[in-house]
Design a protein around this ligand. Structure first.
Ligand code: ADP
Ligand code: TRP
Length: 328
């Protein structure tokens, strides 16, 4: 069976971008593939070197994954730092990762700009840790959002390079996986760009009705089209893109028609959008709160996931050690 791996950093709660960009694929994939889904807590140290309460953040994301419907009986659901083999593979990959290529990664360059006082080696080698996460299970499919393309390209480089350097055909190059032909980009509602934690524009699965409404009602819009069938400027296109993701097709068509005949009232559209987002989030939110209250269950899931992931990781690592020339 084909193997799938993907992770999310525990630097905040899960938001609609995470859900529609990644978790939604996880839900489908867990039924068809052997899946490894994890919480990338080591990765979060690259930007948050002194995590406030990392155990708590990890616990929350775990509950959120479960509330979304990840089934720990089907997929291995684990915490990255529970699988130390990943760190050893990261070490080997780093020996064959070059400064020049790492420095060229866009997200690294962005971070150099946004956190100039903490340009650490972990940040630089983020792509080799991510590659280790993936190839430690010999995963071939990786469900991620559009923003991870460059990291995925690096993972393929590292897998191929390992084979070349050691003269083996051991790792398969992993491919990004998207549910639809086009990768989903969940927009922010603040005028431009994507929804993200770091963008400060996220609508979280755990947000309550009031919070959702407040966030949606303050979405950037304009005074409305003056010509029928005119092109939508980015903030408006983003509102529609969000509606396309969370609302019924007929709702989308209704507002699209109002836009096209210049009679749209964005206040009405936002109200509907907030309602639809709440309809989607409310049952997940309830489950998150239930699961969070059940420490014992969360502990059991993490333990069971770590065991499954460690078994797969240990096998790969023993073979990798042998290939390089160490004792297996
Ligand atoms: P954030 O950008 O909020 O920090 P992460 O980088 O932790 O979120 O992303 C975790 C996963 O969610 C990745 O697979 C990423 O591609 C996906 N993702 C995050 N934001 C979006 C978005 N706005 N649209 C689509 N996918 C997204
Ligand atoms: N870099 C990913 C993100 O920011 C998180 C991540 C870490 C990941 N390791 C991974 C995703 C392995 C897929 C596979 O969203």
């Amino acid at each position: 069976m084909e193997i799938v791996a993907s992770g999310i950093r525990p630097t905040g709660n899960l938001h609609l971008g995470n859900y529609f960009g990644a978790v939604k694929s996880f839900l489908q994939m867990q039924n068809e593939y052997q899946c490894y889904f994890f919480i990338a807590d080591w990765h979060s140290l690259t930007t948050h070197p002194h995590p406030d309460n990392i155990r708590n953040s990890v616990k929350t994301i775990l509950a959120e994954y479960l509330a979304c419907g990840i089934d720990p009986e089907k997929a291995a659901l684990y915490v990255q730092s529970d699988v130390r083999e990943v760190a050893e593979l990261y070490l080997y990959l780093n020996m064959n990762a070059y400064l020049g290529e790492l420095e060229r990664v866009t997200s690294f360059k962005d971070k150099v700009r946004t956190q100039p006082n903490n340009v650490n080696a972990g940040l630089l080698t983020y792509p080799s840790l991510m590659a280790a996460d993936i190839i430690i299970h010999k995963a071939v499919k990786v469900p991620v959002g559009k923003d991870q393309e460059q990291n995925m390209e690096m993972a393929r480089h590292f897998a191929r390079r390992f084979n070349n350097i050691y003269g083996v055909d051991y790792f398969t190059e992993p491919a990004s996986f998207h549910l639809s032909a086009k990768a989903v980009k969940v927009p922010g509602l603040d005028g431009s760009g994507k929804m993200g934690k770091s963008e400060g524009n996220a609508i979280y699965l755990i947000d309550d009705e009031k919070t959702i409404k407040k966030k949606v009602m303050k979405a950037v819009s304009d005074s409305g089209p003056t010509e029928p069938n005119s092109e939508k400027p980015e903030p408006i296109a983003n509102l529609f893109a969000m509606m396309e993701i969370v609302s019924e097709q007929s709702t989308y068509d209704h507002f699209n028609e109002l836009y096209n005949n210049c009679s749209i009232r964005y206040g009405d559209m936002k109200k509907q959008l907030a309602e639809d987002i709440n309809l989607f989030c409310a049952p997940i939110r309830e489950r998150i709160l239930d699961i969070l209250a059940n420490e014992e269950y969360l502990e059991k899931v993490a333990r069971q996931g770590a065991e499954k992931a460690r078994a797969s990781a240990a096998k790969t690592l023993s073979e990798v050690r042998q290939i390089i020339g160490f004792r297996p």
